[in-house]
Design a protein around this ligand. Sequence first.
Ligand code: ADP
Ligand code: MG
Length: 476
Amino acid sequence: MMTPQDAWDTTYHQLQLQLDQAKFDTWVRDARFLRYDGDTFIVGVRNTFARDMLQHRLYRNVVRVLSDAWGKPATIRFELLPVASGKAHAEHAELPLFQIMADARAPELPTYAVAEHAPVPTYAERVSPPLPASLPEMELNARYTFDRFVVGPSNHLAYEAVQSVLDAPGRHYNPLFIYGGVGVGKTHLLQAAAHVSRAAGKRAIYVPSEAFTNDLVVALRTRTTPMMREKYRTADVLIVDDVQFLAGKDSTVEEFFHTFNVLRESGKQIIVASDRAPADLAPLEDRLRSRFSGGLVVDIGPMELELRMAIVKLWMHEQNIHLSDPVVQVIAESVSSARELEGAFNMIAARVRLTATPIKRDDAVHILRRLEGPRVHHRALTLAEIIAVVSAVFGVTVEEIQGKGRTRAVSLARQAVMSLARDLTDLSLTQIGAGLGNRTHSTVISGIKKVAELCASEPEICDHLETARGRLLGQR
Ligand code: ADP
Ligand code: MG
């Protein structure tokens, strides 16, 4: 159970990662969680300008991070920590002089006058609402570290490449492009690189390309592109996962391309991962594809049996569970990727914990048979399923989607199908076109582009598309 104190602690650490050091030290470092009251977090701060800064300028950002940590919407009130009394004086005596000065004289300090007196809004503030101080960054998975990453023949090259990039970021292989199928450990490797860079004091951003797109959509909608640029273009190491999802999203590709160039020119490291090689990333723009090919391209092959077995042994060790070698082998043989491996391992581990007797090979086989049914593996969606869901969400009939009509609503629904089919099936663009009333491969490409453009400029369209995507993912 997460306590309010835990939620605040997480928020505090997130802010430490997000804000630049001067900002963090000035406004947040001394903040303390005091109590949780109804649904308000009461947080104590040392002086009035920290309070005002947090309560006004930084508020939206802090609340967003806190709500994420808390798992539901939260509000915060900042209070002054009690000062005075003999003991507090003694503490004060050890503080650097300027801080005592600031404490005592805050209201008169001209620099802080804006925060102290109710500010008269500027013209710009009146026409557009106040902005969060900075965009939040994605949290890393604490389990995706190098010490939990088993190296074998299939991933050894990618592992070495990441290591040499970390030794001299921005120097040798820029960008580093890693590709491989589902569940071969791309995300794990990328996040491990982010952990290491951050530990070395670097500003490392890990972002799945969809989140990058999303940041851009929000930035365009709220006219905050400068802030979005600030976030990404100040990274020391930018790590973008699943770049295959950039294909067809023109404004995102454009933004990413410029970010990429800015970072590369200033010697910052870029690492990307994709489910396919740069050359196979069509219809991604040529200029971005050639950038990707311009650094070091390494692939991670399908995991060999020995590697899967070694991963199971790592997990056994971590969870203090003993399994015989034949059982380990049965688990590793029952699946083809590490993602499914976890499901298989968990089933066996649960059984071992419940019964406290060693499990035999045949029992393991029997238990794992159940995986064959609902399968941990996602099944591929069909074009017909996508058309049906889009028809329901966009309010257009299946016949219209597959027909000749070109009214705005019908075209839009058809383009949504193209885009979703590209993301959620293995169908080629030609096959997608064929299933949509014999349209050509290039019609599909321009349809995918079109819907991405509309999505960036019209929030409702984006919402519809995401609703449809959500339903489809639920059906897998
Ligand atoms: P991808 O991003 O390539 O689809 P992930 O990085 O999400 O794959 O890996 C899927 C799961 O398998 C994760 O739980 C990850 O920790 C684990 N995994 C993948 N490769 C390894 C490895 N070499 N050693 C240990 N665990 C791994
Ligand atoms: Mg991944």
